[in-house]
Design a protein around this ligand. Sequence first.
Ligand SMILES: *Cc1c(COP(=O)(O)O)cnc(C)c1O
Length: 383
Amino acid sequence: MTASTVRDRFRAEVVVDLDAIAANTAVLRERVARPLMAVVKADGYGHGLVPAARAVLAGGADFLGVAVLEEALALRAAGITAPLLAWLHGPGTDYAAALTADVEVSVSADWALEEVLGGVRATGRTARVHLKADTGLSRAGATPAEWPDLVAAAARAQADGEIEVIGLWSHMIYADAPTHPSIAAQVAVFEEAAALARGAGLTDARLHLANSAATIALPNTWYDFVRPGVALYGLDPLGGDPAAHGLRPAMTVRAAVALAKRVPAGSGVSYGHTYVTERETTLALVPVGYADGVPRAAGNRAPVLAAGAQRTIAGRVCMDQFVLDVGDAAVEPGDEVVLWGPGDRGEPTAQQWADAVDTIHYELVTRIGGRFSRRYVGSAGAV
Ligand SMILES: *Cc1c(COP(=O)(O)O)cnc(C)c1O
């Protein structure tokens, strides 16, 4: 074993650069010159919910956004007091818990507003509500046909002092294709919905629409604040080079070689022998697999940095492990293998992996986990 591997013993770890998250936040906020709601859902896109939240706040984020109430309550339990919106609620949501924890909620339907009002009556607290319009994505939000009734009910509840409508919002369909005709169509529907709500007396609500791609590429969607997620973690929502936008990937995924061996030409590798060595060569066993979030589709496709070069995974990715063919390169148990990272040490990026396995980097970073340990570097937001 080399001196460096002895000093730096690890099996499999996700290294998260908190300073990169803070710097990315600051870059985006400066770009839009208005407030920013940082999206930290899905365990901070796999970077850790609470550390990611602290890092974006250190970088100047004004508000936090998450999908489900459990995520919001976890942030509050960790002592994070920033304004916080949770937007995805089914029937039976514990709105009383949301109100008690000072969590803002999104409402897309009359019945959901009724449930929020139940929470208001149970707690005696005014609910801070963002009304969501479906401007074409057909996910959450009230359709243009439903919107007038929802707005009217919300305006009555606001007049009664039960809620404050502080946001009017929607979500982009295809901002990562910045010239797509859906964008202008959504903006038009959104502005009509906002005008109707304001006409009904919801005049204090702020408008928000822009995800990461729109924050980078579509200034006409910025409105009162932007709502980026993936770009905070240094990934380009447009699928290009994040450095072109001043962003740096915050996640490095690495593992230590568990075993290395010489094998003859014609050796079949891993389940099904979908890879066969062409000549006598060295194989390195890497102790992470699909149970840890390394996609099975990465077999014979995705690159990793090992023994000084990028090498494609040899054969199938198994539940706990995969194999590399490093040729005649020197490799020893304990040596580092980097799956993806910022790219500046010669390692692949999450974007390269996404291209190799036909997915998006969002899916890769949010699913990596399993038996990887997580280690934080940098000081932004550290307590
Ligand atoms: C996830 C999400 C975002 C952030 O999207 P990115 O593409 O990661 O910037 C913003 N708004 C809503 C409603 C979301 O679900």
